[in-house]
Design a protein around this ligand. Structure first.
Ligand code: SF4
Length: 378
């Protein structure tokens, strides 16, 4: 029998499953099914449970057919007791163009809507030397771009000797791997961004001018009820500061619509946050209560209202993206070609290429137009 890895959830889970498969293979594990689940929403958990029950039944039937006894008990570890560094560094899957390296796992915060810390445990980071060595290996293997990922990326280093911050890691990578052409950050908590990181954004052209921010809401009372660590004014000031340091920067953000107790006036502050911060790429989530979290016990906004607010927020996001795309027309941009005739600018804006290019090719292109979703190269 073979080793099977079943994955639920986002890209982070997909990358982690690759690392699990490799680690399990290296450790000699076979005749096993690893299920890597997502627990972000109640619905995700329900789907995963259903699939596990189905697979377990099929597995038990197969084992019985081969005369193997299936008497093992479930063993559950206490994730809160895990203090080890997350050692899995993940190779790229985007056709040798872009590699993702997970440098941090877990989270010490307790945002009231989030179940992640209970699934992933406390924050822990990969030592800088190991990250640098991995990035060097990836570049030697032909990758042009590396994305640093983590569950709470800006808490990088908390548990490491000397408590290096994310900015220092970024500087070390760029210094010790001069052949790396593009370095990106997956998602950051702006209130945790350190001065070194801002300096790197200002002075390191190889650190890409695209930041995805975990903002969640534009109203202070809602941010407080979410137990976020920033206020509206902090986020606006952060975006202004970064834009001063790096004028070509583009921001993305996660925003939740219809968080418990959110009034129309509070929501209006999330709407105008898009312009106040100058956000370009919005990831909008209508609030959905996650059983076991404090937010699930707060007075709820009707689901239909949350969905309708999410729709308005997405509309605002689409208009912001259209403004960004229109502003790109007529410029020349350096584009890293991916598969299927598409590439990405330094700001991570997708570009439909005029002619096919091998994935991993770096091109200088003139932007002739856009179709509302992506730029069109001349
Ligand atoms: S910082 Fe992110 S991962 Fe941590 S509790 Fe908050 S939302 Fe969840």
């Amino acid at each position: 029998m073979a080793l099977d890895v079943v994955t639920f959830g986002c890209r982070l889970n997909t990358y982690e499953s690759q690392a699990m498969r490799r680690a399990a293979g290296a450790g000699g594990l076979d005749d096993a099914v690893i299920v890597n689940t997502c627990a972000v929403t109640g619905e995700a958990v329900r789907q995963a449970r259903q699939a596990i029950r189905r697979d377990a039944a099929a597995w038990a039937a197969t084992r019985a057919a081969f005369g193997i006894d299936g008497g093992e008990k479930a063993v559950v570890n206490d994730i809160m007791a895990v203090r080890d560094t997350a050692l899995h560094l993940i190779d790229g899957i985007d056709g040798r163009v872009r590699a993702f390296v997970q440098v941090q796992n877990g989270c010490d915060h307790r945002c009231t809507f989030c179940i992640i810390p209970y699934g992933r445990g406390p924050s822990r980071s990969v030592p800088m030397g190991e990250v640098v060595a991995q990035v060097r290996r990836l570049v030697e293997n032909g990758y042009r771009e590396v994305v640093l990922t983590g569950v709470d990326l800006t808490s990088y280093g908390d548990n490491l000797p000397g408590a290096p911050r994310l900015g220092r890691l970024v500087r070390q990578i760029l210094k010790h791997v001069p052949e790396l052409e593009r370095l990106r950050l997956s998602s950051i908590d702006s209130i945790e961004a350190d001065d070194d990181l801002l300096d790197a954004l200002a002075g390191e052209p190889r650190l890409m001018p695209h930041l995805h921010l975990s903002l969640q809401a534009g109203d202070d009372m809602i941010l407080k009820r979410m137990k976020r660590r920033h206020r509206r004014a902090d986020a606006i000031a952060f975006c202004e500061k970064v834009r001063r340091l790096r004028p070509d920067v583009v921001f993305g953000a996660d925003v939740i619509a219809g968080f418990p107790t959110e009034t129309e006036a509070m929501f209006a502050r999330s709407l105008d946050f898009v312009e106040e911060c100058g956000l370009t790429h919005l990831h909008v989530f209508p609030f959905s209560p996650r059983p076991g979290t404090p937010a699930a016990r707060m007075p709820q906004v009707p689901r239909a209202v949350a969905k309708e607010r999410a729709r308005r927020l997405r509309e605002r996001g689409a208009a912001a993206l259209a403004r960004h795309l229109a502003g790109e027309v007529g410029r020349r941009r350096r584009v890293l070609a991916e598969t299927n005739g598409v590439g990405r600018t330094e700001q991570f804006t997708p570009v439909r290429l005029a002619a096919p290019a091998a994935p991993g090719t770096m091109l200088d292109v003139a932007i002739a137009g856009h179709d509302g979703r992506q730029l069109l190269a001349a």
